[in-house]
Write a protein that binds this ligand. Sequence first.
Ligand SMILES: CC(C)(COP(=O)(O)OP(=O)(O)OC[C@H]1O[C@@H](n2cnc3c(N)ncnc32)[C@H](O)[C@@H]1OP(=O)(O)O)[C@@H](O)C(=O)NCCC(=O)NCCS
Length: 143
Amino acid sequence: MNDPAFPLLRNGRTDDVDAVLALWRRAEASPSSTESAADVLGLLERDPDALILAEAGGEIVGSLIVGWDGWRATFYRLAVDPGHRRRGLAGTLVREGEKRLAALGARRLNAIAESHKPAAMAFWASAGYELQTSRSRFVKNLP
Ligand SMILES: CC(C)(COP(=O)(O)OP(=O)(O)OC[C@H]1O[C@@H](n2cnc3c(N)ncnc32)[C@H](O)[C@@H]1OP(=O)(O)O)[C@@H](O)C(=O)NCCC(=O)NCCS
């Protein structure tokens, strides 16, 4: 078991799914329509490197999904356990994601943040991401 004060980063595995869903609830990450255990398992099956987790004292305390489609890259589900915030963990997760994406050849990275969440907005700005006000996001859920 690693030191709770120094979370380790590792890839998410199929047996982490319940703990990851619990982290997202604790972190009050806004629920999306693709957030069941089956959705997370589908992600891991498609890309075993897509889910980066931070583990401390045997607990999952941080997550980041790294999406790469060969054209653009997008980060999803950046979440840090409330008890581990403001210690640079989100920054560590994003830097790891950026490193992986650079190795894959990605050059343009997107992060979708909810504008009513000041911590999320402040985080991405502090991580060097530029807020685009000239674009809108269109979304459709398939049945
Ligand atoms: C947003 C979130 C991931 C940040 O995690 P974190 O590990 O606390 O972030 P870090 O410690 O790496 O913060 C780095 C910098 O981001 C900014 N920041 C982070 N949280 C902030 C807050 N609550 N208020 C203001 N600035 C904040 C600061 O500039 C901070 O640097 P500092 O601590 O030296 O001032 C975390 O608050 C969270 O999980 N929130 C709920 C889920 C969510 O909104 N996720 C984002 C989805 S896009």
